[in-house]
Ligand binder design. Sequence first.
Ligand code: SF4
Ligand code: SF4
Length: 483
Amino acid sequence: MYHSEPPLRLKAGDLEAIEECPASAGPGSKLPRAALDRWLAVRYALEEALSNGGDVDAAVGSNAGWLDPVQRELVTGLVASGVILLGTSDAEVLFDPDDNVVVVDHPELNVELASYLQIDVTDPHDPGKLERFKIKTGKQGTSDAEAAILLSGSDTGVGFADLMLRDGTIEPIELTDAEREKELERLHDLAGRERNLKDRRPGWQCYRCDRVARCGQYPAPDGYKVGTRQRTIRVSKSDVVRLDACHRRIAWKVLHVIPSDAGDEVGPAAAVGLLFHEAIANILVAEDREAAFAAELDRVSRDDRDVLETLFERHKQIEADHVPVQYKLTEYPVGATFILPGLDADRDGNVSDGAAVAVTAIARTDAVGRELDDTPAVIEHRTGKTSDRIDERETALYAVSVARLLGAEAVAVHQHSLGGDGDPECIRILYDEDALTEAEQLLASVLEPIATWHPLDATDPAYTVGEWCTGCPYQERCERFRS
Ligand code: SF4
Ligand code: SF4
């Protein structure tokens, strides 16, 4: 089919994001780009290190000298890993080859699917053999969708691989023909779908989406519109609560995107909690709750079944004794964006103050619904000890978020304490207009320091050592950079 305009170039990740939430297709705001900046530093330093005889420190110094010691250590480790992977043979290594993008046309639409490569390696003893690499600095390798583009848009005989610098491995990018065709069909189908920026589908994807402060799911106050160039920092409810312990831990996670010392593991207590939360999410909105409960029991082990049965019985007891709620949605993310005075940085690394920084706090509710008089309600289930209650900042965040999202003048937050040995308990907190105003002020004061954290320097903010360090994923790295 003939088109007069050049084709729209789409990446697999963009299409998959639109599949999860069509509203994510629009322009976002300026979220932290530390991981991308480090990736760029690694890419250029690796090229230099491969041509300067493997002097990694010199290469990092000239390409990433502006980085603070914490991030420079990360970059140095990744570049050293790349030198070991690529620098020990006599192969020819070419960065950013002219044809560094593989494209696949859409059969009808004026779009092309694209995937980018950074390095070509040719074997001087076998010049016809070409290996093409993607540089990966995180845990994730190339997705099947991207692999389908690469393998469909290239000559046979060309090999593709991920240069996994964090693990120090080279992982081939491979798919069977059937897998490749299936993925390509899926991508073509996604490319042909209509974009609807009003079709918001909030979920875990909101923690990756750069429209988080702009799509309307996590509104700013009084109809304020966050701009596309406005510095934005996204935090979770747990981050908000942890702010009273150590700011560095939160900044490393949400702003500087520092990898943890080890992989994330779920402890036994949390595992029981997750199991129940997942089960109750399905049960509460089911038409036939008993049938849904039976189906959930079938999915779990005998030991877990006893725990689930106990927790579910205790939940029913709470429902029988307290203000009834008609559940609408479960595991539904709510949140709010606060506009706070702070720092910003331009693309050249110049930092200025006086910026209006958007800080978006997201809280995943266990359930949302309405009380009988139509008051919006948020339900939080606690499966730990009964004393393990959510605190004022959590309930404030639920209430403010739902009030802003629905334009409500009052919101009820129900805390269901289901664990422990005592009777199950529901604590209902009603946020009326005055309480909502106080909750807004509380959250703004708790979140205010975030806007003043240095946008680029991971040695800011300061660390605070305390009992909380035991559960911190950065203990080893933090200890190395204390002064
Ligand atoms: S933040 Fe969430 S709801 Fe909003 S556009 Fe992104 S993915 Fe969709
Ligand atoms: S180890 Fe302690 S001081 Fe260091 S970042 Fe973690 S919580 Fe903060």
